[in-house]
Design a protein around this ligand. Structure first.
Ligand code: NDP
Ligand code: PYC
Length: 342
């Protein structure tokens, strides 16, 4: 159930969501190639009922485009660094086109070498990671992606923002259309979802954030103004720190703290790097890849045996429904988008 409850909605087909996003993004000045890549991600989020990374992001994208910080048309520069490493320099544009352009070489390398990495540098990043992970699993590789954001999250034991909301996503290819995929922020909740709670006036559970005095709070607004917390206490904090390091200094790019300093109050999307790893199960698994794949399927089946669901199952069901019946966008959001005037 959406945080908007039964607020008034506008019905759109999935194609209309895409067209709306492209119109607004190009109207705001983004090149068509970038606009279409961004619109694909926003449309996927809206279609799969991932409200925090769907059309809700569009006004923020416009703010980023207008911030004067980003390139609206940089062509990603793809470098074949080594047998197992691809680098894509996004040139201070959005990350998504760089991913789309570099992904084929990443897959080719993973298939040949067994493990390969794609490093994306100098990118503005606002999107969910699962569309990238799903794309890779569709090519038959397992994949792991991570990225910092802005320093909104306190480390375990601390009370001021230092870490990002730092998402981690993983995918495993399966027979049939739907892979195994999880994708979550290492904060207790994505900042986008925290903001949606604020907009809807909904309280947040204890453990999601502290106010600007470092005191526990159930007010989304107070936590947005104070600091968010990691999931799982010290464990989420360490995982988040790993993401800072692996998708920051390891790949020669910014940490969330540095991204926030780069932003300097512009309120643009975070600007930093992203690390994506791809693994070829056929090469890594030894003599009998089919037996390995079957054992993975037996593991997934055992979830259902005890009534548990797999991550992304809700998303895949929402997708099926949206493709048939379209999506319902909160009218207040639709009006906000139209009021942008593009
Ligand atoms: P959620 O907590 O909503 O969901 C995280 C994952 O857990 C999803 O794969 C979800 O699958 C799965 N899941 C949820 N409930 C269950 C359950 N009961 N059983 C099994 N699996 C379950 O996500 P977050 O708020 O942490 O993150 C939302 C999005 O925000 C992510 O897509 C992330 O990439 C994005 N994000 C992006 C950032 C960036 O810098 N670019 C920063 C932070 C977050 P399902 O969807 O099917 O429910
Ligand atoms: O929801 O935490 C978030 C987020 C940060 C950057 C993009 N999404």
């Amino acid at each position: 159930m959406s945080v908007f409850g039964d607020a008034e909605t506008v019905s759109l087909s999935v194609g209309e969501v895409f067209d709306l996003a492209v119109r607004v993004l190009t109207g705001a000045g983004l090149s068509l190639d970038h606009a279409q890549a961004v619109a694909r991600a926003l449309t996927a989020g809206e279609r799969d009922e991932c409200a925090s990374h769907g059309l809700y992001r569009l006004p923020g994208c416009v703010m980023t485009i207008k911030s004067g910080k980003m390139s609206v048309d940089a062509e990603p520069v793809i470098e074949d660094v080594s047998p197992a490493l691809v680098r894509a320099d996004a040139g201070y544009a959005y990350s998504l086109l760089a991913f789309e352009r570099a992904a084929p070489l990443l897959v080719e390398k993973a298939k040949k070498v067994g493990v390969a990495a794609l490093v994306i540098n100098n990118c503005f990043h606002f999107s969910a990671l699962w569309p990238e992970i799903e794309h890779l699993t569709q090519q038959g590789v397992a994949a792991l992606a991570m990225t910092p954001s802005h320093s909104w999250v306190a480390p375990a034991g601390g009370k001021r923002g230092l870490l990002g909301t730092n998402p981690l996503a993983f995918g495993w290819p399966r027979p049939g259309p739907n892979p195994y995929v999880f994708d979550f922020a290492t904060s207790a909740i994505a900042r986008g979802d925290m903001s949606l709670h604020d907009i809807a006036g909904k309280p947040i559970p204890e453990g999601w954030g502290v106010d600007s005095e470092g005191q526990p709070t159930t007010s989304a607004r107070a936590a947005l103004d104070g600091a968010m917390l990691t999931f799982g206490g010290h464990k989420g904090s360490a995982l988040s720190t790993m993401i800072e390091l692996m998708a920051g200094p390891l790949i020669g790019d910014l940490t969330s703290r540095e991204s926030m300093a780069f932003d300097d109050g512009a309120k643009a999307a975070p600007m930093h790097g992203e690390l994506i790893l791809a693994f070829n199960p056929d090469l890594m698994g030894g003599a009998n890849p089919q037996a390995n794949a079957d054992r993975a399927e037996a593991l997934f089946a055992a979830f259902a045996d005890q009534g548990a669901r797999l991550p992304s199952q809700r998303r895949f069901e929402a997708r099926e429904c949206s493709l048939k019946h379209g999506v319902r966008v909160p009218k207040v959001l639709f009006d906000q988008i139209e009021a942008l005037g593009y």
